[in-house]
Design a protein around this ligand. Structure first.
Ligand code: UDP
Length: 439
């Protein structure tokens, strides 16, 4: 295999470190995606190096996860946490250190898969410098996100321009749902190549424990109706809608209801501030005796929480994909989700759960009640969800699709070689005709 067809890839995720704990402010779906894709590709024989930004001096610079897959941390700006909207100015340093790493290790990455707009800029620079081929996954589109928030950050215009440029020039964009592809086309650009390859989940891990066993582990009795939220504390996640909906539930005063809110936070940071705000609403509504803030749930305990729940609620204002929905479905737990973005793709309304308009408290309340009040239907929805995830959203299936795409991009382009052959044969023909004429 020559250097352009070797199975080597750099996954670049400047602000989403694939090696850190998931479930905190800046660590969520993107970190899980990069790590899972990286390890699954490693199993398929790819040499996978995942590049991210170093955020503390205590961090190891290289972490070997599996034989073929490692995380490499590069210096870019201060060696401390920097919110993602403030990272752009440090990207040139990231590129320099990436090139230095390549030179030191005598490696050239002919293929890079970038994640989120910040990394897409890095990928476009590498394309200019060494002609690397680029695959890009957005994880979030500025053009959609800025429609759902009030405080538009200063960096917005730069982000929108970078997101347009990468769509038009990357070899391939990976949209994780048809809805995301539509947004790209209608809001970003009509140019560029898009493939739809969804996110995945670990179907062995999620679904490994039955509801009864999960409840025994968590000390929840059989009669209790459990409503679960899992995710970061961020206003866009719509936790307020969920809390207000549970307050309106017909089971509100039954003494049989439990609301579990899982997700980590750091006091004083934006997730800590959002958690305080939510806790205050819970207290104001008099719901604290049946609401549990479970804190950050590790990937090891998450399957137990999903399995124990009667329904998992994903009330986001905007969600490009939403891993939590497929994790719950893989655990045979129905999902009530906002009728937006990737959730319209993963959750099939009335089949694997219910969709409700975002921020519509009444609609969420009645969707939650419909499921809680009909246990048999709840189980049917759960089973259908599990089946949907098995057939469409397993990491192995997703990694196979990505591997095929990478292989295709690394191959010498057949069209170009045909054109080359055509030019060569035409030159030969002209030369021999000229020779004949001279003779
Ligand atoms: N997560 C976790 N522990 C928590 C909260 C969340 O491991 O306490 C994980 C969750 O299982 C999922 C990811 O964080 O894999 C969140 O991804 P999603 O796509 O739902 O949302 P994002 O964070 O990308 O907005």
């Amino acid at each position: 295999m020559n250097s352009t067809t070797e199975k080597r890839i750099a996954l670049i995720s400047v602000h989403g470190d694939p090696a850190v704990e998931i479930g905190k402010e800046e660590a969520g779906g993107q970190n899980v995606y990069v790590r899972q894709v990286g390890e699954a590709l490693g199993q398929l024989g790819w040499q996978v190096d995942m590049f991210t930004r170093q955020v503390s001096l205590e961090q190891d610079l290289i972490i070997q996860h599996t034989e073929n897959c490692r995380t490499i941390r590069l210096k870019a700006g201060p060696t401390e946490f920097v919110p993602r909207d403030e990272i752009f100015e440090y990207l040139p340093e990231f590129v320099d250190n990436f090139l230095e790493f390549q030179a030191k290790n005598e490696i050239t990455y002919h293929l890079v898969h970038t994640n989120y707009w910040l990394s897409s800029w890095v990928g476009m620079e590498l394309k200019k410098i060494q002609d690397s081929k680029q695959v890009h996954t957005y994880h979030s589109l500025g053009a959609v996100k800025y429609n759902t928030i009030e405080d538009i950050p200063q960096i917005a215009s730069v982000r929108l321009a970078v997101e347009k440029e990468v769509l038009e020039i990357a070899e391939r964009i990976v949209a994780t749902s048809p809805q995301e592809q539509q947004h790209m086309r209608s809001l970003v650009s009509t140019e560029g190549n898009i493939d739809i390859i969804p996110c995945g989940t670990d179907i062995q891990r999620f679904g490994s424990i039955a509801q009864e066993a999960a409840r025994a582990k968590l000390g929840i009795d059989k009669e209790t109706k459990v409503v679960l939220y899992v995710g970061r504390f961020d206003q866009r996640k719509g936790i307020e809608t969920l809390v207000r909906a549970v307050n309106e539930s017909r089971l509100r005063d039954s003494k049989n209801l439990q609301l579990i809110i899982g997700g980590g936070s750091t006091p004083g940071n934006s997730d800590g501030i959002e958690r305080d705000r939510i806790e205050q609403i819970v207290n104001e509504l008099g719901m604290s005796d049946f609401t549990i803030f479970a804190g950050r749930l590790s990937q090891d305990v998450l399957p137990t929480y999903y399995a124990a729940a009667d329904v998992c609620v994903v009330p986001s204002h905007y969600e490009p994909f939403g891993l939590v929905a497929i994790e719950a479905m893989a655990s045979s737990t129905p999902v009530v989700a906002s009728d937006v973005g990737g959730l319209q793709f993963t959750v099939v309304n009335e089949e694997t759960g219910l969709l409700a308009p975002p921020q519509d408290v009444d609609a969420f309340a009645s969707a939650i009640d419909r499921i809680l009040l009909n246990p048999q239907w709840r189980d049917e929805l759960g089973k259908a969800g599990r089946k949907r995830v098995e057939t469409k959203f397993s990491w192995d299936g997703v990694a196979n699709q990505l591997s095929e795409l990478y292989t295709q991009l690394l191959q010498p382009q057949p069209v170009a070689s045909t054109a080359k052959e055509l030019v060569e044969s035409t030159v030969e023909l002209v030369q021999s005709t000229a020779k004949e004429l001279v003779e």
